[in-house]
Design a protein around this ligand. Sequence first.
Ligand code: SUD
Ligand code: ADP
Length: 308
Amino acid sequence: MTRPVTARVPAKVNVQLAVGGLRPDGFHDLANVFLAVGLHDEVTATPADTLRITVEGADAGQVPLDHTNLAARAAVALAERHGTAPAVHLHIAKDIPVAGGMAGGSADAAGALLACDALWGTKATREELLDICADLGSDIPFSLVGGAALGRGRGELLTPLETGGTFHWVFAVADGGLSTPAVYRECDRLREASGAGAGVADVPDPEPSPALLDALRTGDATALAAAVSNDLQPAALSLRPALAATLRAGADAGALASLVSGSGPTCAFLAKDTEAAQAVAGALAASGTCRTVRITSGPAPGARLVDA
Ligand SMILES: C[C@@](CO)(OP(=O)(O)O)[C@H](O)COP(=O)(O)OP(=O)(O)OC[C@H]1O[C@@H](n2ccc(N)nc2=O)[C@H](O)[C@@H]1O
Ligand SMILES: Nc1ncnc2c1ncn2[C@@H]1O[C@H](COP(=O)(O)OP(=O)(O)O)[C@@H](O)[C@H]1O
């Protein structure tokens, strides 16, 4: 009997998300500056007769258990490449909010790939794993790599970024999720409605902010706070106006920066240090503007195998 294999994978926040025009293939070119943070899902792979998914955690009921689960799709993709059957039980211990703009499904896909590769002895190269990740979803390569990175293209073409320190974050988790495609569609709709147009010819090419990359490199939280931006934030706020009160509650409590995490609806608050993070978290919890509050820090390492 082969021993189960467990992979641990971090969530992410986008400290910059610059969104270009709508491409003919339905995606948007990005300058996506990812920072991995210390909320994790764990994926455990155990030999089984057929592919089976189970999930535990507060949001477990919102995760599909069929072949559409991103962890299942990752196992199938790896098995197909190596001419084996995806005969595995994948158990997901879910701590990353579902449909929250923190790449939880992507984390599960990256974790399933690593765990299945170890369980089956497929010995896929790093390049092969990154290739499978990019095929499955734009954010999945970053879940594998972790740390901090700039994502170009639709977010899958990664350049690792240097970070000079630890950044302290508070996350306000909302009731219910937001659909990523719906938020991109709303971003396009708002651009059209403003008269500027939403196509690649209408929107400037997205570029990373030099001030933001500098702040990451030097570990300067105040400078990072001044440089964070998210082009999807107006769209997330348009679809979920109540998020404005969440952002305001964190800002009023002294957060250095308040922004929607990716496509939302999770809101992210950058704090000066752990004490400031505690104060922001306390105020958010008392504000009644979110379901739950999490304190963590980044950068966090990417997907890795752990002892079960
Ligand atoms: C917005 C971001 C920011 O990191 O993540 P979340 O905040 O949702 O976690 C990502 O761009 C989400 O990446 P991911 O969730 O992997 O998206 P995918 O599965 O590749 O694509 C889902 C859908 O989102 C839209 N999409 C995604 C990426 C991109 N660069 N342009 C897009 O327009 C497309 O409509 C696509 O069909
Ligand atoms: N393993 C998984 N965990 C979470 N969601 C998943 C998973 N597999 C597929 N999904 C689907 O992907 C959608 C997006 O989930 P998630 O990746 O958590 O959010 P986001 O794209 O906002 O970061 C969910 O609504 C869910 O239906």
